[in-house]
Design a protein around this ligand. Structure first.
Ligand code: HEC
Ligand code: HEC
Length: 380
């Protein structure tokens, strides 16, 4: 059965303690926001449309410039869009993320669509979904993503007059561009990246013709015999918790020394015991140090899958058919899942249902970036 019976406070405390010990997150919130109570079997939060997010539009517009601006990375060659490209479903289309030059990453670059709704961030769930600023800080300052020094970033941005002017109206009048606030400004833009016109949401709103009869059959399986809803529930299609489904290791992690090194470095920073002997992606265990969490990953959202292949934390499945085959077999080694023995029409129905969770493409044109114009003496 599912391992979803730990109490809310037990789980939230465990995460908070583990992360505090690891020292990954300086500003860990202990309000328990991130952990919805694990649902009792049979009483999972129902599927629902996404709630509206409150967004500061002016701040988000400045954040859009920063999102595409390579000057936020150490070598001024990478922007957020390099790995979260609007033309590739706000991901990068590759099984494993490339990372900062010379330090490849060991997991898939996730989509940013609906990121503002996540309960937790990262495939191992290590960051609190309500704290976008910290997530953005890590993306910008970590050596394996954008490798940027916050102070240097701040000084660079201060020498772009258009940014100073936009900061004045969007963030704070007569205030210098400030590193920590830049992270929040980028985060405000990320919140605007949301699903649009999703057939299944129209169906939920009463338009019964919005999805096909086959997708409707898939919905029944999803909530019924296939049991997907036990983990993929609520408006985000995620319980915000970690589970072991047994996705096989991606051999290209250990075949590529740069990726393996980045993974070991992640374990070392997390304070994982005996990390030098690890030869698999241990997932949440590196964060919680609880042996029961070895190989557990965060339940991802199932919205907008049409745009975000390949799938899973290591991009091991290229298509939704591959994913359904995996579930049909009861997942991989050590999985919490049971084989489903679906007929081929049931498998197609599940795929049709998953397809109804993707809406219109969410895109934006990259802005034309203003150049440096170093301020003259006396105006700094
Ligand atoms: C070099 C590639 C790269 C760059 C550049 C990059 N990211 Fe990421 N991003 C990733 C990867 C890989 C992960 C997942 C890491 C993990 O789970 O261990 C991630 C995770 C995220 C997440 C969490 C999503 C989720 O569902 O858990 C958000 C939000 C995010 N990035 C936003 C940004 C923003 C904003 C920027 C620019 C400031 C940025 N990223 C720059 C590769 C990148
Ligand atoms: C025990 C909890 C659990 C159940 C039940 C479950 N999933 Fe998942 N699902 C997960 C987790 C955890 C992942 C991520 C695994 C990984 O990356 O290693 C995932 C990943 C996925 C993905 C890939 C999404 C992406 O963006 O990469 C799809 C698609 C998916 N599940 C569909 C389903 C369907 C369909 C069912 C029912 C047949 C189902 N899941 C049942 C927990 C579950």
């Amino acid at each position: 059965m599912m391992n979803g019976t730990e109490s809310l406070t037990g789980r939230a405390t465990k995460w908070a303690m583990a992360v505090a010990v690891a020292g990954i997150v300086g500003t860990w919130a202990t309000d328990g926001h991130s952990q919805a109570p694990p649902a009792a079997p049979g009483s999972y939060p129902d599927l629902a449309p996404l709630p509206r997010l409150k967004i500061n539009e002016k701040m988000a517009e400045l954040g859009r410039y920063f999102f595409f601006d390579v000057r936020l990375s150490g070598d001024a060659a990478l922007s957020c869009a390099s790995c979260h490209d609007p033309k590739k479903g706000w991901a990068d289309g590759a099984p494993l993320s490339k990372g900062y030059p010379a330090s490849e990453y060991f997991r898939n670059s996730p989509t940013l669509i609906n990121a503002g709704h996540r309960k937790r961030f990262m495939w191992d769930g290590r960051l609190d979904g309500s704290d976008m600023g910290t997530l953005v800080r890590d993306m910008i300052t970590e050596a394996h993503t954008m490798n940027m020094d916050a102070r240097l970033m701040q000084e660079r941005l201060k020498q772009v007059p258009e940014y100073v002017a936009m900061w004045d109206t969007a963030v704070k009048k007569n205030d210098d561009i400030n590193g920590m606030r830049v992270f929040n400004v980028v985060g405000e833009f990320v919140k605007t990246i949301q699903s649009k016109n999703v057939p299944f949401d129209r169906y939920l709103a009463g338009d019964t013709a919005a999805i096909s009869a086959e997708a409707e059959q898939g919905l029944q399986l999803f909530k019924g015999r296939a049991g997907c809803i036990q983990c993929h529930n609520g408006s985000t299609f995620s319980d915000g918790n970690v589970h072991r489904t047994g996705v096989p290791e991606n051999p290209n992690v250990w075949n590529t020394p740069e990726r393996a090194i980045t993974m070991l470095r992640h374990y070392a920073t997390s304070g994982m015991p005996n990390y030098m002997n690890a030869r698999t992606d241990v997932g949440a265990y590196a964060i919680t140090k609880d042996k029961r969490d070895v190989g557990k990953f965060l339940t991802p959202s199932l919205r907008e899958l049409k745009y975000t292949a390949p799938y899973m934390h290591n991009g091991m499945y290229a298509t939704l058919n591959d994913v359904i085959d995996f579930y049909d077999k009861g997942g991989g080694e050590g999985s919490e899942l049971k084989p489903l023995n679906l007929s081929s029409s049931e498998r197609s129905a599940l795929v049709a249902f998953l397809q109804s969770l993707s809406g219109d493409p969410v895109t934006t044109e990259p802005p034309k970036l203003p150049g440096y114009k170093v301020r003259v003496f006396g105006t700094n």
